[in-house]
Structure formats: structure tokens, C-alpha cells
Design a protein around this ligand. Structure first.
Ligand SMILES: Nc1ncnc2c1ncn2[C@@H]1O[C@H](COP(=O)(O)OP(=O)(O)OP(=O)(O)O)[C@@H](O)[C@H]1O
Ligand SMILES: [Mg+2]
Length: 378
């Protein structure tokens, strides 16, 4: 019969993939009870509905079954209480100060004034050199899915002259400011959004500003906004490799980018400029998403190629970046976006995309999703 210590040392081999530490050190093992050859384990997850729970469960099963005398492992998944999260947060914060984040490690040379990350754990910019390929839609879908999976999510619409994020989420009215900063608007499911359109007197007022002013505004939308504690902040970039994306990469502590394209050689040609830009600036790329790849005929369900099919997957491979998947052209998206109800949209493709992005963020290492209670001052 294995002892408690033996079982605990086995459990210490199980690592929470997102936090990157073992579940024993994280204090996630709440109960460990051996009856005969059956062991009952209770695990307190840090995030409600943690999508990586299955991985943790499989690993626990595997390591405990390696011990002689154990034939069955029953695992109950619960979540940590606020006090437990606070306690864990304090410990992680201590470790965090000793850790170097990938964002910093991969950041620009000293001397460039990067803004502080504050309570935001992961900043992902969505870009494409090409206009109209679906950056905004992909940003919105990533946010919606991450939120659905239980994360705290924000969106910074860095498209200052063509902002559309408020519209797709059905948000309007000017945000007010508290003593920390401008308070973002919150969508129905709780995504925090800041977009230039929300700050204008009327949404159809054109923004006619030159580059330096736009740069200043992007910095403000990040720094002067009270984002609070977020697991993910998604930044929707305007098309091109001009001033706005450069400001975002030079000023904001961006951890990684998602690159969007449509399956066209022409699009890919321009998208390669973005890939090269991020490589030059040392911003890690999570991968390439192919949007509007195909459409299902509403009458006969036949798959229709939207563009003359080009091999984006091979292009990604030759550019040495991951292919994150294909998203269909779906009229439901246009309908919901026009109604400001994009949060009602879900599809296996977008769910899969989020899974891949999250797992790439884990692969990039150093970017850890931590429980949110660690910032107790607010
Ligand atoms: N997968 C999709 N299915 C259906 N419609 C889509 C899809 N992706 C994008 N669209 C539509 O295509 C149009 C362009 O998409 P979107 O605004 O997201 O592109 P963008 O790359 O952000 O454009 P811009 O370069 O102007 O910022 C929008 O009307 C959007 O609703
Ligand atoms: Mg856009």
C-alpha cells in the first residue's frame, strides 16, 4: 500500500499546463484518500471550468496508477475559494518577480518606453498586413470563446480610424472614468471593451488625425484605461504595417500575435510583411489563421471555396509558423455582428482556434495564466 507521501510525490509530477507549476506546490490537492486499492482525489482548479482540466485528470490517473497497489483513481474537480486564490496569488506573485516573462525576454532593446502590463497577464495582438480579412471578427471570436471558457478578457480596438468593435458587441455610450482611469464598457458576457467609437460624440464622426496623434491615443487606450485584472487582453490592429501596429508593438507589452489571412496568394503576399515585421521586432507569433476559407451552401450543404484555393498551410510552414486552422465564411456571423450580438455565435472551428492559441501561449513559455485574486489592492 503506498503511503500518503508516496502518492503526494507522484502527484507532484503533475503540472498545471497553464501555470507551469506542479499541482502539489500550487495547493490544488484538496483531498487524497486511499481505500483498499481505490484512491479518491479532489483537485481544486484555479479557474472555473478550466479547459485544461482533462489534461490534469489524465496525468493524475497515469502517475497514481504507476504505484503498486492502486487499481482505481476517482477524481473530483472543484475550484479554489477566494481565500485559496489569494493565498496562491501571493505565492505566485513572489515567484513572478523572480521570473522573466517571455514578453520581456522577447521585447525590444532597452530604451524603448514600453508601458507596464499591470494586472494583465497575456496581451495578444491580432494582425494582418491585409485589410478586410477578418482581424476584427477573429479578435471578437477569440474574446467570446475565451470568456466562455471562464477567463477575464478585454479588447483594445487599436483601429483608431476604422473602429468597429463596439458595434459588433452592441455597445454604445461614453465610458466614464473612475479614480484609476477610464472604465471600459462591458459586454453582456463580461468582456471589457475600449474602442475609439465609444469615445466619440457620435459613432459616425470621422477621426482625422496624423500618425503621431494616433500613436498617443493608442498608448492612452492602454495606459489610461482601468483594465483591472485580466487573463487576456486582445488588441485588434488596423491593416498594414504602419504607425499603429508599430506603436502597439513598441509601446504595449505584447506577448504574442495571431496573424489572419484569407486563402489568396495576394493576401498571403501582404501578410508576409506582417510576419516579417513581428519577427524583426521579436514579437512571438502564435500562428496563422485562415479566415473565410470555405462556405457551406445553405441549401445543399455543399462546401464552396470562397477564393481560388491557395495553400496557406504550406505558406505557414515555409514561414516557420504554426497553422492555427481554417474558419468558414458564415452568414450567421454577419447577421449577429450587425445586430451587435456576436457573443451569441459559437462554432467548433472558433473553439478549436482558441484551444490552439492557448496551447501555443503555453508553448511559448513564461506566459502564465494566474488566478486573478493576486491583485488584492483593488
Ligand atoms: N468568417 C466570416 N464569415 C462571415 N463574414 C465574415 C467572416 N470574417 C469576416 N467577415 C466579414 O467580413 C468583413 C470584414 O471583416 P473584418 O472587419 O473582421 O475584417 P478586418 O480585417 O478587421 O478589416 P479591416 O482591415 O478593415 O480592419 C466584415 O463585414 C465581417 O463581418
Ligand atoms: Mg478590423
Amino acid at each position: 500500500m503506498p503511503s500518503n507521501e508516496e502518492m503526494m510525490s507522484k502527484l507532484a509530477q503533475v503540472v498545471d499546463p497553464e501555470i507551469g507549476l506542479n499541482i502539489v506546490d500550487l495547493g490544488m490537492v484538496r483531498k487524497l484518500d486511499l481505500r483498499g486499492s481505490n484512491v479518491e482525489v479532489e483537485i481544486a482548479l484555479t479557474v472555473r471550468g478550466c479547459p485544461l482540466a482533462e489534461t490534469i485528470e489524465t496525468d493524475i490517473n497515469r502517475v497514481l496508477q504507476e504505484l503498486p497497489g492502486i487499481s482505481k483513481v476517482s477524481i473530483k474537480m472543484t475550484s479554489m475559494s477566494k481565500e485559496e486564490l489569494n493565498d496562491l496569488g501571493a505565492r505566485l506573485q513572489k515567484m513572478r518577480s523572480e521570473q522573466k516573462s517571455v514578453g520581456k525576454a522577447a521585447g525590444l532593446s532597452a530604451g524603448i518606453d514600453k508601458l507596464e502590463k499591470k494586472g494583465i497577464q497575456n496581451i495578444i495582438a491580432v494582425m494582418s498586413g491585409k485589410g478586410g480579412v477578418g482581424k476584427t471578427y477573429v479578435t471578437a471570436m477569440l474574446a467570446v470563446e475565451l470568456r466562455r471558457q471562464g477567463y477575464e478578457v478585454g479588447i483594445l480596438d487599436a483601429d483608431i480610424t476604422g473602429p468597429s468593435m463596439a458595434k459588433v458587441f452592441g455597445l454604445s455610450g461614453k465610458p466614464f472614468a473612475d479614480n484609476i482611469g477610464v472604465v471600459p464598457k462591458t459586454t453582456e458576457t463580461g468582456i471589457k471593451v475600449i474602442s475609439m467609437n465609444l469615445l466619440l460624440d457620435t459613432p459616425d464622426t470621422p477621426v482625422i488625425w496624423r500618425g503621431p496623434i494616433i500613436n498617443g491615443v493608442i498608448r492612452q487606450l492602454f495606459n489610461d484605461v482601468n483594465w483591472g485584472d485580466l487573463h487576456y487582453l486582445l488588441v485588434d490592429l488596423p491593416p498594414g504595417t504602419g504607425d499603429a501596429p508599430l506603436t502597439v508593438f513598441q509601446s504595449l507589452p505584447v506577448d504574442a500575435v495571431v496573424i489572419v489571412t484569407t486563402p489568396q496568394d495576394l493576401a498571403m503576399l501582404i501578410v508576409k510583411k506582417s510576419i516579417n515585421m513581428t519577427k524583426q521586432l521579436n514579437i512571438p507569433i502564435t500562428g496563422l489563421v485562415e479566415n473565410m476559407s470555405y462556405m457551406k451552401c445553405p441549401h445543399c450543404s455543399e462546401t464552396i471555396q470562397m477564393f481560388q484555393n491557395s495553400d496557406i498551410e504550406s505558406s505557414a510552414k515555409s514561414a516557420n509558423i504554426d497553422f492555427l486552422g481554417k474558419l468558414p465564411f458564415d452568414l450567421e456571423i454577419n447577421k449577429l455582428a450587425d445586430q451587435g450580438k456576436i457573443e451569441k455565435y459559437s462554432s467548433p472551428e472558433t473553439e478549436n482556434l482558441v484551444r490552439k492559441v492557448r496551447s501555443r501561449m503555453v508553448d511559448l513559455g513564461g506566459i502564465t495564466v494566474q488566478p486573478l485574486a493576486w491583485k488584492s489592492s483593488k
